[in-house]
Design a protein around this ligand. Structure first.
Ligand SMILES: [Zn+2]
Length: 134
């Protein structure tokens, strides 16, 4: 029972953090989509735990704190928020990098990430169809 409550509390906290992060279209109005591809590694060099691709759309939350997949890691994770903020600020379309889990035993898990960002076209007005009848 305690475990279940713990789990629910954790989910509730993540939801709260997601709401606090705000919606993509509000935080990054120029962005039409973000794709994050991650390869998770366990402590041992070269041991791939899993690969995962996550898509972000304007209607979703701008929450980029990825859960750590290592067993028993409670408060860890990989926060890509600042990386993504920096990319959008500079109008960059892609980036690659490496992060260590920020929780638990140092270096117990890491990810290699690849981020692709698509932007809305600048001239939205010229793309909209002409009014049918004037
Ligand atoms: Zn971890």
């Amino acid at each position: 029972m305690a475990i279940r409550q713990n789990h629910l509390a954790k989910i509730e906290m993540i939801r709260k953090n997601m709401r606090a992060a705000g919606l993509m279209r509000e935080r990054f109005p120029k962005v039409s989509g973000i794709v994050i591809h991650m390869t998770y590694y366990q402590k041992m060099p070269g041991s791939v735990l899993m690969e995962r691709t996550v898509n972000f759309y304007p209607s979703g939350y701008a929450y980029f704190n990825m859960r750590c997949m290592a067993r028993g890691c409670e408060n860890g994770g990989f926060d890509l928020s600042s990386v993504i903020r920096g990319l959008v600020k500079n109008g960059k379309k892609s980036a690659k990098g490496f992060l260590l889990c920020h929780g638990g035993e140092k270096g117990h898990a890491s990810i290699a990430y690849r981020i692709n960002i698509s932007y809305r076209r600048k001239s939205m007005k010229s793309l909209s169809p002409a009014p049918a009848c004037i």
